[in-house]
Design a protein around this ligand. Structure first.
Ligand SMILES: Cc1cc2nc3c(=O)[nH]c(=O)nc-3n(C[C@H](O)[C@H](O)[C@H](O)COP(=O)(O)O)c2cc1C
Length: 336
């Protein structure tokens, strides 16, 4: 017989701590996990952690905000799955730049089965940097991914073949610029040599050699141990996630849209690899802006495809222990 307390009877603070822990599965640039959650008696706060920011690669905090936005969306879904509705204030305190979001005003609704399914997807979603298979991405899946992005206030432009060629050139240029900058190389080296710390990228998730693709993936500056095989990206679809503004709160929302897109894709059996080098370099970010024909500001590029089913993909990338990212000191003793 199970003695587990039904979800509806558990205190709010327990649900908040569990949602924050579940948000640890969220993707982040170089697996920096630049977030810390604070559980309060009637609120959940998301703080940025400047120590885990990419100071050279990401001086404006664009990728940090997008990364934290993915965690925010994960936490929102985890609460909805447990039957909690919340109000979300983004950047609620002009005097505290690290406070990115505050969730308050919790009320009970029925547990949301769709959110429950997405929570399952959080636990299987991962970045697979191998080339994709030759199987096309179903149009219906692309439609669902685009709708979920729109529901988070952003848009996804699917690139046509000419635009993919422009993206390929831009990605190559961004890779060259980044490889020639000693500070960027040093930063990448740091985040790809952190085995055993729960952050950064272990060799098992990095390709053992650059895949032969039209659009080059990120050059991590060192070979990993992930076998890539002879595949290509002929059947891949490239999408550009974009929106109206180029400000911190829009980057946070872009992260929420990225999470929504990626979890929906996971549900549809579609693999996603973000390509952020092209937005890190000013000149190539302007190229992407031109691809949007002035319709908005580019946040991140996504490679969408069907992963090779015949070979095992990479393992899951490790995460920081929950105690390091979720602070429950303000409610300790109050959790059921
Ligand atoms: C904002 C952002 C930018 C990213 N940029 C890249 C990228 O340029 N190339 C890449 O291979 N992966 C990229 N990723 C994927 C992360 O490296 C990955 O999410 C992280 O290492 C955690 O691994 P997981 O997704 O397998 O859980 C990015 C992720 C985010 C959220």
């Amino acid at each position: 017989m199970s003695h587990e307390t039904p979800a509806s009877d558990r205190p709010l603070t327990t649900a908040l701590a569990e949602a924050a822990a579940m948000a640890g599965h969220a993707p982040s640039v170089h697996n920096t996990q630049p977030w810390r959650w604070r559980v309060l008696p009637d609120a959940l706060e998301l703080h940025a952690v400047p120590d885990r920011r990419l100071t050279a690669t990401d001086p404006d905090g664009r990728l940090l905000s997008i990364s934290c936005g993915t965690a925010l969306h994960h936490a929102r879904l985890a609460l909805a799955a447990e039957g909690w509705m919340a109000m979300v204030e983004r950047l609620p305190d002009p005097d505290d730049a690290q406070l990115l979001a505050r969730l308050t005003g919790f009320s009970r609704t029925g547990a949301d089965p769709d959110a429950m399914h997405m929570v399952q997807c959080m636990q299987v979603r991962h970045t697979d940097r191998r080339p994709v298979s030759d199987e096309p991405v179903p149009t219906a899946a692309l439609g669902q991914i685009s709708s979920t992005v729109a529901a988070e206030g952003c848009r996804l432009q699917i690139l046509d073949s000419d635009q993919v060629m422009e993206l390929a050139a831009a990605a190559g240029h961004a890779a060259t610029v980044e490889a020639e900058d000693p500070q960027l190389r040093e930063e990448l080296d740091y985040w790809t040599s952190r085995a055993g710390t729960g952050t950064g990228l272990p060799p098992e998730v990095l390709p053992e050699q650059p895949p032969q693709t039209t659009v080059p993936g990120r050059d991590f500056g060192r070979p990993g141990s992930l076998p890539v095989g002879p595949g290509h990206d002929r059947a891949a679809v490239y999408g550009l996630l974009y929106g109206d503004e180029d400000e911190r709160d829009s980057w946070l929302r872009a992260g929420e849209a990225l999470s929504a897109a990626w979890l929906t894709a996971t549900r549809q059996g579609v693999s996603v690899v973000p390509l952020s080098g092209v937005v890190e370099v000013e000149r190539t970010r302007q190229t992407l802006r031109r691809l949007l024909a002035g319709l908005g500001h580019p946040y991140i590029v996504l490679r969408l495809g069907i992963a090779d089913p015949a070979h095992a993909g990479p393992p899951h990338t490790p995460r920081l222990p929950v105690e390091q990212v979720v602070d429950t000191s303000a409610v300790r003793g109050g959790q059921g």
